[in-house]
Each structure stands twice: as C-alpha cells, then as structure tokens.
Design a protein around this ligand. Structure first.
Ligand code: MG
Length: 266
C-alpha cells in the first residue's frame, strides 16, 4: 500500500506545481492520469459506478471541486481564476493495493478567511493523525475533529465520510469526521495495527448542507460558500500511524533503513 500511496503523493506534487490562474481542471486531470499510467497504476475514480444504476460512471481519474463545490466535481474546460480554491481528490491501485488522497489548492492569492478554512481543514486531519497514536477508538478521534472545526467557526460536512481501504478503494469501516449515529453504536472501531483508513475531512465555511449539481456527480454547498477537503491514507502499525500517501520523513526513512539493515544482518 506504500507504493500505491507514494504514486498518489507524487500525483499531488505534480498538481501542486501546476495549479495557477488559467489552468483548467481537465489539464490537472490529464497530468494525474498520465502519471498513474507511468507508474503502471490503475486510476480508481475513472469508471467508478454511480450510486444510481441509470447514471453514467465517473468519467475521470480525479475529482476536481472548485470553490463552493465540496467533492466529486468533474474535470472540465473551466479555467481556474486568481483567488479560487480547487480540491483535487485522486486514487490509484498499484500491485493490487489502493491509495487515496485529496488536497485543496489555492489558486494564486486567496482571501484570508478562505486560507483559514484550508488551514483548519488540514489541521483537523493532522489532529486525527496525532490522536491515532493515543486513542483506542475512532469515535474519540471523530468527536475531537468535529469540535476542532466547530471551534474555528466552520462546519463539518456530514453526508460524506472516509473509509477503510485495501485491495478496494472503499472498504469497511466507514470513517466519519464527526460523532455519527453509527459511531455511537456498532459502527465504532478500534485503532489497532493492521487498520488502514482514508481519513478525509470535508469542511464548509458556512452551513454543512450540501446539494447535488445537475451533472449528478458534483456536490456543492447549499449556501454557495467555499468548502475544503484534505485526505490521507493512513496505516496503523505496531509503531503507530503512518501516512501512506506522503513520502516518508527522514526519521521514518532512517528507522526503516535501520530495520532493513538489522534484518539483513540476521
Ligand atoms: Mg477517499
């Protein structure tokens, strides 16, 4: 899963370099699609079936959701403008295993309150990652994520959640970013080695309410205010949580190197 995660992380590095006023979301999608092909990876979003059988599957390798669009935006010929934000969500399968990550990018200079929205959303994902070291159940983490977002004056989207991930992109359990009814009951789960989940807070500047656009895919805020989305695939190991969709830090690489050397000496 680390290999798939790194391929997704590299895709985001490419996107981060190209996002600028004048770039279209279709151009972003082409770069990611080509990158997956170069990695020998299968894009997971392209052809993803619609919940309703009679609607067409998702047509692209990325979801690109601009400004008030929350998730599941379809890439197109719309050029990004200075001050926009674009959430790019993408995933691939490599060697039979999946990775999935999302980042909301600023297009040029953005308003300070929009920057705060992005910062708070990313910080709530960081918080979840830190808490995966300390807490024994997901409900304890979800509650703190939602409280953090509330304390910053924003609202957590509740109609979409994160997910378990492995050979398939979407596996059990559901991973809400708030204290859901499921988490109060049988939907809660333990944070223990072997668990791999995609944690993906979606945060609105205004109300949490979301509507579907006429393309039957794009979800946008009901009040037209901006929305942010960050996601990482996170594995729980005996040494704690690991971000699979980010290049290893020097510390982790050193630790792995030492472990490999120790193994080679046996
Ligand atoms: Mg996901």
């Amino acid at each position: 899963m680390r290999q798939a995660g790194l391929c997704v992380w590299e895709a985001h590095q490419l996107v981060g370099k190209m996002v600028a006023p004048g770039i279209t979301t279709a151009q972003i999608n082409s770069v990611v699609d080509a990158h997956f092909r170069e990695c020998g990876a299968e894009p997971l979003f392209k052809g993803y079936p619609h919940q309703k059988n009679n609607r067409p599957p998702f047509p692209a390798a990325t979801c690109t959701s601009v400004n008030d669009e929350v998730v599941h935006g379809i890439p197109g010929s719309r050029p990004l403008k200075e001050g926009d934000i674009v959430s790019v969500d993408t995933g691939c399968r490599l060697g039979g295993w999946c990775g999935d990550a999302a980042v909301t990018y600023a297009v040029g200079r953005i308003r300070p309150e929009v920057r705060q929205l992005l910062d708070a959303t990313l910080a709530s994902l960081d918080l979840a990652f830190q808490l995966m070291n300390e807490k024994s159940k997901w409900s304890q983490i979800a509650r703190e994520m939602a409280q953090f977002i509330h304390d910053h004056g924003f609202s957590t989207v509740e109609c979409f959640v994160g997910h378990g991930i492995g050979r398939q992109m979407h596996e059990e359990p559901q991973v809400p970013n708030f204290m859901s009814r499921g988490l109060r009951g049988s939907g809660d789960f333990r944070i223990e080695p072997g668990l791999v989940i995609a944690v993906e807070p979606m945060v609105n500047m205004g109300s949490k309410r979301v509507k579907m656009l006429p393309d039957y895919w794009t979800q946008a805020t009901l009040d037209g205010k901006p929305s942010a989305h960050f996601e990482h695939t996170i594995a729980v190991t005996r040494d704690g949580p690991v971000l699979l969709t980010m290049a290893p830090t020097t510390d982790e690489a050193a630790r792995r190197g030492a472990a490999v050397a120790a193994g080679a000496g046996k």
